[in-house]
Design a protein around this ligand. Structure first.
Ligand SMILES: Nc1nc2c(ncn2[C@@H]2O[C@H](COP(=O)(O)OP(=O)(O)OP(=O)(O)O)[C@@H](O)[C@H]2O)c(=O)[nH]1
Ligand SMILES: [Mg+2]
Ligand SMILES: [Zn+2]
Length: 303
């Protein structure tokens, strides 16, 4: 039988049977799935699996295999030194952010965009908490994202602004909310599907940060059609599985200058006659984006 992973904890996975019905609690037969060797988590919400129900124990079953993923959103788990998949098989990844509390962190978004592209997932940037006001520096960075061709949307889970548009955009899609802790991922989910009643929490007044309220990813059905995955806030989005020389391909603003540097194998960091550095000098490339490029490059080198 086939089903979708709703969530997993301590190697027990909740599986929704294809076509609907009561979810089953399943373990993985033989403890490992051959497709997940070396991974931090063998299965993620959104994964599609083959399973068999346990005839002697209603509501329980065994997972036999995982179907190939259409795409995935993952990061490098530093502690466990392994890739960690936050969600799989997505029509859209929604990178949720906020203007002030917690502070806007565009470099986090830069990484999310790269990781999404690496995993083959279409992505949207969703600025939540518009009720807090958006200052010029934040606007400038968001305009830059739009100018590069990324979809940028706005909402406030507090005032309700933009929520209807969001619901229309995600209807019949499998989407996942990702972002730092406290940006309002679970609040938005609750706004769309109140019966889910995900726990949410105030931002810490001492650190102006979220409190990592959501502990594990879950997939829920969107009553208007489609599914929504809520993920725990991540502090860091470390990239992996990208070659240093490949990194530039994830920066669309560098593309017009490819092939114009003096050196064929230019890394656009310090080389003389670099067309990307020249474009940076002329403000044709946003300095903050370039700074992200440098930091990630450094990380890929040392990683
Ligand atoms: N002002 C304002 N506050 C909001 C908005 N959306 C969410 N919040 C508040 O932000 C805080 C954090 O919201 P959560 O939904 O728990 O954030 P989260 O992204 O799920 O956080 P983690 O589960 O820790 O990753 C809560 O106090 C929410 O009430 C909004 O649009 N405006
Ligand atoms: Mg949450
Ligand atoms: Zn160059």
């Amino acid at each position: 039988m086939k089903g979708t992973v709703l969530f997993g904890m301590n190697n027990i996975f909740k599986i929704e049977p294809e076509g609907g019905g009561e979810p089953l609690e399943c373990r993985i037969k033989g403890k490992i799935l051959k497709d997940s060797i070396g991974a931090y988590n063998p299965l993620a919400p959104g994964d599609f699996v083959e399973y068999e129900a346990d005839e002697n124990h209603p509501g329980k079953g065994m997972i036999l295999s995982r179907h190939d993923r259409m795409n995935y959103f993952s990061r490098w788990n530093k502690k466990r030194k392994a890739p960690q998949t936050l969600a799989a098989n997505l029509d859209l990844l929604i990178c949720v952010t906020s203007p002030q509390l917690p502070p806007f962190r565009p470099r986090f978004i830069d990484r999310a965009l790269i990781s999404a592209e690496r995993g083959g997932v279409p992505v949207m940037i969703l600025m939540n908490k518009t009720d807090q006001g958006i200052d010029e520096a934040v606007k400038d960075r968001l305009d830059n994202f739009s100018g590069l061709g990324f979809e940028v949307k706005f909402c406030s889970a507090k005032s309700g602004e933009g929520i209807k548009e969001l619901e229309d955009r995600i209807r019949d899609h499998q989407v996942a909310f990702i972002g730092q802790s406290g940006v309002g991922k679970s609040t938005i989910l609750n706004m769309i599907e109140p019966q889910v009643n995900q726990r949410t929490a105030e931002i810490s007044s001492k650190y102006s940060r979220g409190k990592h309220t959501t502990c594990y990813s879950i997939l829920v059905d969107n009553s208007a059609g489609g599914t929504i995955i809520d993920t725990p806030g991540v502090r860091e989005l470390l990239l992996y599985d990208i070659e240093e020389m490949e990194l530039q391909e994830y920066f669309p603003e560098m593309e017009p200058y490819f092939g114009q540097c003096s050196f064929n194998s230019c890394t656009h960091v310090h080389e003389p006659g670099c067309a990307v550095l020249a474009a940076l000098d002329e403000n044709k490339i946003h300095y903050d984006r370039y700074e992200s490029y440098l930091r990630i490059m450094e990380e890929l080198k040392n990683g």
